[in-house]
Design a protein around this ligand. Structure first.
Ligand code: CUA
Length: 346
């Protein structure tokens, strides 16, 4: 950094004004384009796919329009002051200060506050009978439990599936530090606070795949703590959930059988549960259907064999601060067997 920074400055000295101007124009275009790109996609609160995000987007656009109007008025007054022909009367400055500096902000900000507060209650309303989902922020992943009426919980990790058009209640928890649960396309963010259980009601309005993130700095891999949210028709979600509740299918391929043996022999089973096997650890994510998830390591890598093998060999390299130890001491063939076994857990 210290070497390259002066080089940049020296380079700037040799540029002509026209070159500098065209670079500035390109930079401005890039900034404008990147800000527009942020308006759509699987992680944008300005491309809402849920009742909460819709309200937030409306509030955002009204505030943007309002501030644009105020900016235009201030600029207009500035130009008027600069180019005016005659001196203003004695009352004009006082009128401007009282009107523009006191009355206008009080009226506008009070209106926004009342409107903003009125948006909140529906976001915290109890769900209309959809599933209750408990999400716990971990270091650095998301423990997900679908709670059934009989008190049973279906354990998952880093993935949510929600029925479109139904409201779903989330119970949010953390054991150690504060995380913040945020699916920008669906709703606002809610903190996960140790010792407290916070709540959030989600009501997706269209189907699709969205991305959730942690929105509160929680450690070196805070920015690598993602999860996927699939919004689908209700019967599709019910079928998926019924499958998630089932135990893992026994491995059949010789390499996968070897991987299953290694999973227990290498100590993985002390931290992870694979239902239907002897593995019943509770420290790390439940891996019963890990091969069917879109990612491993909470969005760090794909859940294919290559992603799993890389994750097993060096999670710390991919995600600094993670609890999962590296298994780089295992021969490559053993890592491959483990990856084959885990990928097969669909
Ligand atoms: Cu968890 Cu930031």
């Amino acid at each position: 950094m210290t070497r390259s920074a002066p080089n940049l400055v020296i380079g700037a000295d040799h540029r002509t004004c026209r070159e500098a101007g065209s670079e500035g124009a390109v930079l401005a275009l890039l900034v404008a384009a990147s800000s527009l790109v942020g308006c759509s996609g699987l992680q944008s609160s300005l491309d809402p796919a849920g009742r909460g995000a819709e309200r937030i987007a409306v509030l955002f656009w009204w505030m943007t329009g309002g501030t644009a109007l105020i900016w235009a008025a201030v600029m207009g007054l500035t130009l008027y002051t600069v180019f005016r022909r005659r001196e203003p009367g004695p009352r004009a400055p006082r009128l401007l200060i009282v009107g523009g500096g006191v009355v206008l902000p009080v009226v506008v900000l009070t209106g926004l506050l009342i409107w903003g507060l009125a948006l909140l209650p529906p976001l915290l309303a109890p769900a209309d009978g959809g599933p209750t989902i408990r999400v716990t922020g971990e270091q650095y992943w998301w423990r997900v439990q679908y709670l059934a009426d009989d008190g049973q919980a279906i354990a998952l990790a880093n993935e949510l599936r929600l029925p479109v058009g139904r409201s779903v209640e989330l119970e949010l928890e953390s054991h150690d530090v504060i995380h913040s649960f945020w699916i920008p396309a669906l709703a606002g963010k809610v903190d996960m606070i140790p010792g407290r259980r916070t709540r959030l009601t989600l009501e997706p309005t269209r189907t699709g795949v969205f991305r959730g993130v942690c929105a509160e700095y929680c450690g070196p891999s805070h920015a690598k703590m993602a999860f996927s949210v699939v919004v689908a028709e209700e019967d599709e979600v019910a079928r998926w959930l019924a499958h998630q509740a089932e135990p893992a299918r026994p491995a059949t391929l010789p390499l996968a059988v070897r991987g299953q043996e290694l999973f227990v022999a290498s100590g993985c089973a002390a931290c992870h549960t694979i239902r239907g096997t002897v593995a019943d650890g509770a420290v790390g994510p439940d891996l019963t259907h890990v091969g069917g998830r879109p990612t491993v390591g909470a969005g760090a890598l794909g859940s294919d064999q290559e992603g799993l093998r890389r994750w097993l060999a060096g999670p710390e390299r991919i995600k600094p601060g993670v609890h999962m130890p590296a298994f780089a001491m295992l021969p490559p063939a053993d890592l491959q067997a483990l990856a084959t076994y885990l990928e097969g857990l669909k």
